[in-house]
Design a protein around this ligand. Structure first.
Ligand SMILES: Cc1ncc(COP(=O)(O)O)c(C=O)c1O
Length: 354
């Protein structure tokens, strides 16, 4: 049960629903009618409100624009098979958000504000949740430094907001990924585990180079020697080697994915052997060559499971076994999608229904 907080609600005079072609939704292009806002002033979160979606007015000297003190989350609401909206593990996003806040020197937001704001907003804009297979309502909570101040120091004031966006499928096809051996996303002691803008900004240039070489995504490697794999652009990486589900540990340089955690929980529950441990690039190449690498996929909110079709390393592409034979990742994908849409038993209490 989510503890509710008082939220002042001002609804729109004119819904924009008709502007969206729900049969053909682009990712990240449409925004629902309303947004949630809370302000942090004089050391307190105040003024919880839902208002019509609108642009922000901001000083050119806003600290976020220059120094990047900002964090965000991403999760989804699904149209339930019995109607209504189902949100997948929002409490995990609230907790991760606050871990990011601590690392970025920002105030934590009470979990009940995060969750009440989110559920009230989804309830109000429930008509924006698409219902074709693969579609959902993407939810974007974020917080930014609000001080009008030029100088490197934590802001005194902040704004927390949530808006939502109807989305279609993310990766329709299995992806080709490149193992990145030059650039790094995060290093030990850095901000890799925080969901903060700088991590994504740093990834743009290497990702563009990889795209120019024909890859959909990168797999980052450790910053010291490029020996061990870390994660992909917006996904954690999972492999099935010799019937064992293997994934790198959450040791501070990768994002602690909620899909990752959900998959490991399901797999352990099914009796699958799971290993959270360092995985070297050499181990992957050897497993491909000896035929023991059975499956490889990215795990994240956007695609849930994105099958990896080929891995590029130092100019050579290694093709992986066909997706049709990938028993475990196909079973995981089906089970998670069924839980998210209310078609399978919610054994772990992951679904918040609004
Ligand atoms: C860098 C990064 N890694 C992993 C993930 C997967 O996390 P989740 O499963 O919580 O979406 C994401 C997506 O949020 C991400 O941005």
């Amino acid at each position: 049960m989510i503890q509710t907080v008082d939220i002042n609600i001002k609804t729109t005079q004119q819904t924009r629903l008709a502007e969206v072609d729900f049969n053909n939704i682009a990712f990240g292009k449409h925004y629902s009618d309303h947004m949630f806002i809370a302000d942090y002033l004089e050391g307190q979160w105040t003024d919880f409100r839902i208002v019509p979606y609108d642009y922000l007015r901001m000083s050119p000297a806003n600290a976020t624009l220059h120094y990047g003190q900002t964090i965000f989350e991403g999760l989804k609401a699904y149209k339930g098979s019995q109607g209504g909206a189902l949100i997948f593990r929002p409490d995990m996003n609230a907790k991760r958000f606050n871990r990011s806040a601590v690392r970025m020197c920002m105030p934590e937001i009470p979990e009940e504000v995060f969750l009440s704001g989110l559920t009230e907003l989804v309830k109000l804009d429930a008509q924006w949740i698409p219902d074709r297979p693969g579609t959902s309502l993407y939810i974007r909570p974020f917080m930014y430094a609000a001080d009008e101040y030029i100088g490197v120091r934590p802001s005194d004031t902040y704004r927390f907001m949530i808006f939502t966006s109807p989305v279609g499928g993310y990766y329709a096809k299995p992806v080709r990924v490149k193992i990145e051996m030059k650039f790094v996303r995060a290093s030990e002691g850095g901000i890799g585990a925080a969901k903060t803008a700088g991590n994504y900004a740093a990834s743009l240039y290497p990702a563009r180079l990889a795209a120019q070489q024909g890859y959909d995504q990168l797999i980052w490697t450790d910053s010291k020697n490029h020996t061990f794999i870390e994660e992909a652009g917006t996904m954690n990486i999972m492999l099935v080697i010799n019937n064992v589900l293997v994934t790198p540990p959450t040791s501070g340089t990768i994002l602690e994915g909620i899909t990752r955690d959900s998959i490991l929980t399901l797999a352990r529950d099914w009796g699958v052997k799971v290993e959270e441990r360092k995985v070297s690039v050499d181990e992957i190449l050897e497993a491909i060559q000896s035929g023991t690498l059975q499956e490889a996929f990215g795990a994240g909110t956007a695609a849930t499971v994105a099958h990896i079709q080929a891995i590029g390393y130092q100019g050579t592409d290694y093709e992986l076994p066909p997706v049709e034979g990938r028993k475990l990742s196909l079973k995981i994908l089906k089970e998670l999608e069924d839980i998210k849409h209310g078609r399978a038993e919610d054994k772990f209490g992951w679904i918040v229904s609004v």
